[in-house]
Design a protein around this ligand. Structure first.
Ligand SMILES: [Zn+2]
Ligand SMILES: [Zn+2]
Length: 152
């Protein structure tokens, strides 16, 4: 993500937190910024290493509290299969279904907002009286850049 996009997303996140009357601690903001700066998904311990460069007293619970906070707000997504986190690109939609395309070669993750699947899930959830909050669809494959490397 380029720095303009990162600051845009951080400002948006701050605004949404104000609207939802949520308390933003400097550590939470820093964790979100670190996730946004990554080119690919990042694990909790990698994040802790980065956070400790600024705040040597940061401990695993610091990271997990921040991660849970942002996950709950839908600002980041957890990719269960690789146990890592990425910034959400559609934070203005608090309830959305995203398809995450995970490249098995370089680890890059692309998020796509999928309306069709979302409608199907909402119908299914309504039918079972299930209150849907958010869903993530993880797909694995090989990104276009890695496909070109393979062909070369
Ligand atoms: Zn998203
Ligand atoms: Zn790739």
């Amino acid at each position: 993500m380029n720095s303009d996009l990162i600051s845009h997303l951080l400002i948006q996140a701050e605004k949404l937190c104000q609207q939802r009357s949520l308390r933003l601690t400097p550590q939470r903001v820093e964790v979100l910024r670190l996730i946004a700066e990554q080119k690919r998904a990042i694990g909790a311990y990698e994040l802790l290493d980065l956070l400790q460069l600024k705040d040597p007293h940061a401990k695993p619970p610091t990271i997990y509290r921040a991660l849970n906070f942002w996950l709950e707000q839908g600002f980041i997504h957890k990719i269960e299969s690789i146990n890592s986190y990425i910034m959400c690109h559609h934070i203005e939609h608090s309830c959305h279904t995203s398809a995450l395309f995970v490249c098995d070669q370089c680890g890059q993750v692309e998020e796509h907002h999928v309306i069709g699947i979302e409608n199907i899930l909402h119908t299914l959830a309504n039918n079972s009286h299930f209150k849907l909050k958010h869903s993530v669809i993880e797909t694995h494959g090989i990104c276009i850049a890695c496909q070109h490397i393979q062909q070369a």
